[in-house]
Write a protein that binds this ligand. Structure first.
Ligand SMILES: Cc1cc2nc3c(=O)[nH]c(=O)nc-3n(C[C@H](O)[C@H](O)[C@H](O)COP(=O)(O)OP(=O)(O)OC[C@H]3O[C@@H](n4cnc5c(N)ncnc54)[C@H](O)[C@@H]3O)c2cc1C
Ligand code: SF4
Length: 327
C-alpha cells in the first residue's frame, strides 16, 4: 500500500470541503472495498477522509417512503423492522451479499460505489481500460465467465457487483448527494450507474468530491409479492452469476405492473424493461412468467465463456416471478 494522509470529517460539509482541497483523495466508509483496492495498488489515493463519524446513519420512515442514511451499515439496514416489513427485497438482497462480518462494516453509500470484481481489474499486470484507460480489455478475449451479457462495449465487459443496488433499482430508489458548492442533488437510481461505452473508468454519474448522504426509497404496494433470487457458484461469500429482484403489483389475478431488475449481467443493475412490459395487464401464470423472461433474455449478447447466463437468466427471472406471485 502506498503512504497516504488520514483525516476524519466531523460534518458532511467538512468532508466535501476536505476532499475539494486534494484532487487525489477518497472518502472512507467501511473500507471493505477501498482498502482492498489500495492494497492491490489498483487505486492509490494520497489522502483518505474517514466519514464514519458523520451523522448519516439513521433509517427513517417518512410519509412517502423510507430514507437510508449513507453511513448506516448493511446489517442494520437489512435488519431494520421497516425494511423487513415494507421493502423485503432490499433486506433479502443485502443478506445475499458478502458475509456477516463484511455487512457489519459495509455502509450503504460505499456499497453503491463498490467497484467491479473483474479479476483483470484487480491484477495490475494486465491491460484494463477501467483501471488504466486506453490500455485494453483483457477480459474481452480472456476468461469472461462472470462478465456481462447486456450493455457491454468493446472497451469493457465487466459487471457491477452489488446485490443491494439490484433491489434498489427494482424499488425505484434515488440517491441524494452533497455537492462541492454545498448544494444537494437527487439522482434517480436508473441514472446513477452507467454503461461502459467509451469511458469504462466511470461507474456512475457522481462527480469528484460529491458525498452520498442518503438513499430515498418510495413507498410501494408490492412488498407482499416480491422476491430476490441470487444464483452463484457457492451459497455464501460469492458474487452473483445472475440475480433478479422482482415485485408484482397484483390486480386480482392480473399483473397491474411488474418491477424487475437483474444483477450479474451488466455494468449497472439491469432493468428488465421488456419483461416488465410483457407482463403488464396479463394473468399471472407460469407460462407468462417464462415468456416474459424469454422476451428479456432474447436481447442478450453473451461472450465466449458466459453463454450459460442466457438460460440461467430465463430460469432465474421465471423463478423470481413465481416466488413473488406466491408471496
Ligand atoms: C470478500 C468480499 C465479498 C463480498 N461479496 C459481496 C456480495 O456478494 N455482494 C455485494 O453486493 N457486495 C459484496 N461485497 C462488497 C461489499 O458489499 C462492499 O465492499 C461494501 O458494500 C462497500 O462498502 P464500504 O462502506 O466498505 O465502502 P468503502 O470501501 O469504504 O468505499 C467504497 C467506495 O465508496 C466511496 N464512498 C464510501 N462512502 C461514500 C459516500 N457516502 N459518498 C461518496 N463516496 C463514498 C469510497 O471513497 C470508495 O471509493 C464483498 C466484499 C468482500 C470483501
Ligand atoms: S472487463 Fe472492464 S474491468 Fe475487466 S479487464 Fe476489461 S476493461 Fe478492465
Amino acid at each position: 500500500m502506498n503512504p497516504f494522509k488520514y483525516s476524519t470529517a466531523k460534518q458532511p460539509s467538512d468532508a466535501v470541503a476536505m476532499l475539494a482541497k486534494n484532487d487525489s483523495a477518497a472518502f472512507l466508509g467501511g473500507g471493505t472495498n477501498l482498502l482492498d483496492l489500495m492494497k492491490e495498488h489498483v487505486y492509490n489515493p494520497s489522502e483518505i477522509i474517514y466519514i464514519g463519524r458523520l451523522d448519516l446513519k439513521a433509517i427513517n420512515q417518512t410519509t412517502t417512503g423510507v430514507t437510508l442514511g449513507a453511513l448506516a451499515n448493511n446489517t442494520d439496514t437489512a435488519q431494520h423492522p421497516a425494511i423487513r416489513k415494507d421493502y423485503p427485497i432490499l433486506s433479502r438482497a443485502i443478506l445475499a451479499g458478502a458475509s456477516a462480518q463484511i455487512r457489519n462494516m459495509a455502509t450503504n453509500g460505499g456499497n453503491l460505489l463498490q467497484r467491479t470484481r473483474c479479476s483483470y481489474f484487480y491484477d495490475i499486470s494486465m491491460p484494463c481500460n477501467k483501471r488504466l484507460p486506453g490500455s485494453g480489455c483483457a477480459a474481452m478475449e480472456g476468461f469472461n465467465r462472470m462478465h456481462a451479457i447486456f450493455g457491454w462495449s468493446d472497451k469493457c465487459v465487466s459487471v457491477y457487483p452489488s446485490d443491494m443496488a439490484v433491489a434498489l433499482s427494482a424499488l425505484h430508489a434515488s440517491v441524494k448527494v452533497l455537492q462541492l458548492n454545498g448544494a444537494e442533488r437527487v439522482i434517480n437510481f436508473d441514472d446513477f450507474h452507467v454503461l461502459p461505452g467509451n469511458n469504462p473508468e466511470k461507474d456512475n454519474t457522481l462527480t469528484y468530491g460529491e458525498l452520498i448522504t442518503s438513499i430515498e426509497i418510495p413507498r410501494n404496494n408490492f412488498a407482499s409479492h416480491s422476491a430476490y433470487i441470487k444464483v452463484r457458484d457457492r451459497n455464501s461469500y460469492a458474487f452473483a452469476l445472475v440475480s433478479v429482484a422482482a415485485g408484482l403489483e397484483m390486480e386480482g389475478s392480473r399483473i397491474g405492473a411488474a418491477h424487475i431488475s437483474m444483477g450479474g449481467v451488466a455494468h449497472k443493475p439491469w432493468r428488465a424493461l421488456k419483461a416488465e412490459q410483457y407482463l403488464q395487464g396479463k394473468p399471472a401464470t407460469a407460462a407468462h412468467f417464462r415468456k416474459a423472461a424469454e422476451e428479456e433474455m432474447n436481447a442478450a449478447r453473451p461472450l465466449s465463456h458466459n453463454k450459460f447466463k442466457v438460460e440461467m437468466g430465463i430460469n432465474t427471472i421465471t423463478s423470481a416471478l413465481q416466488v413473488a406471485h406466491k408471496g
